[in-house]
Design a protein around this ligand. Structure first.
Ligand code: SF4
Ligand code: SF4
Length: 332
């Protein structure tokens, strides 16, 4: 059997060692069912997940629940919603107890005196025109003012087919505001006209994402291999989908045989009892799922499959490094 050290030279082995010590057990939490926006294509609202459970509003229940999650072995809380920053006391209950990442639309500023090093990921769906069409407003105008130069914030830029040919000005704007960016692709859960992908468009998206990573290496947090896997939904000749997805809540996972998966992963609804099927839309057809985090995790949990060649293992390392950077487990 091939070993890691036999496949890597000294430089790559050092890179491998830096990430191999990380032992991350994440879960996802709907902090609230409410949001201050209503974006077309939002998986949370389009799949009715905002109605799946009645929100728990007793903060002490949240604290007890989070303590149990820590005992369950979770060491990274990923907060989503709705919009988590509408309930800062809930966000704080997580932040006080474990490393926390807060996904937000950036319209409300996280107070850095209260949350000095909490990771913040701001959703961005395109240029002002696309944002107005899909989200009802140019969110960047506000979020970029709120977070200018913030060392613990990056934009999670969801690229749609309409954005092709125009990705660079957005990356440049983000760089000009002293922030980082990570890219993923729109899944168009609400079938908005003109926002579904063709194969040619996916190829173009990959080319543009690759180009951005080369031109803006200090701003773009990504990996060429991630671009390849995401835009082809293929890894080592295997097709992404339900049978392969690593981001299925453990109590929903009845797959036989079990694929490699995120250990003990659960996505909790805001009543702290109900769980959702996976990290994204409960009603999405898995064969068309473009979820960036699920594809990233898919690569990460499949290390052994990447131990056939040096190139495969190097590719795996670049995706793991991307993940570790996104959550600041290693420096940007
Ligand atoms: S800001 Fe996020 S949670 Fe709110 S509607 Fe838009 S995508 Fe959904
Ligand atoms: S919708 Fe996507 S993330 Fe959810 S189970 Fe299907 S493939 Fe996985």
């Amino acid at each position: 059997m091939k070993t890691v050290s036999s496949l890597l030279n000294e430089e790559w082995y050092e890179r491998y060692k830096r990430i191999s010590k990380l032992n991350i057990r994440s879960s996802i939490y709907d902090v609230t069912n409410k949001c201050n926006l209503r974006c077309k294509g939002c998986f949370f609202f389009s799949s009715g997940e905002h109605k799946a459970a009645k929100e728990q509003d007793d903060i002490n229940k949240w604290k007890e629940f989070i303590d149990k999650e820590v005992q369950r072995g979770v060491n990274l809380a990923i907060l989503i919603g709705g919009e988590p920053t509408l309930f800062m006391d809930r966000v704080e209950a997580f932040y006080d107890r474990l490393p926390t990442y807060c996904a937000t639309n950036g319209q409300i500023k996280v107070d850095r005196e209260r949350f000095p090093d909490m990771m913040v990921g701001i959703s961005l769906w395109g240029d002002p025109e696309v944002e107005k069409k899909l989200r009802g407003k140019d969110t960047f105008a506000i979020s970029s003012k709120n977070y200018e130069g913030d060392d613990y914030t990056y934009y999670l830029f969801t690229i749609s087919p309409r954005q092709l040919g125009g990705i660079e000005p957005i990356v440049k704007r983000i760089e000009d505001h002293g922030l980082k960016v990570h890219m993923q692709l729109l899944s168009n859960d609400e079938g908005v006209d003109g926002f579904s992908w063709t194969e040619d468009q996916l190829r173009q998206a990959r080319e543009e994402m690759d180009e951005m990573l080369i031109k803006y290496p200090k701003t773009v947090i990504s990996s060429h291999y991630y671009h390849e896997v995401l835009t082809t939904q293929t890894m080592l000749g295997r097709k992404f989908g339900w049978k392969e997805c690593p981001s299925v809540s453990i109590n929903w996972d009845n797959r036989e045989p079990q694929p490699k998966r995120l250990i003990r992963f659960i996505r909790w609804a805001s009543d702290l009892e109900t769980t959702h099927r996976c990290c994204t839309s409960q009603t999405r057809d898995c064969s068309t799922c473009m979820d960036g985090a699920a594809h990233m995790s898919w690569v990460m949990v499949n290390k052994r499959a990447h131990m056939q060649t040096t190139k495969d293992l190097q590719n795996w390392i670049t995706v793991y490094e991307m993940f570790a950077k996104l959550y600041r487990f290693i420096p940007w």
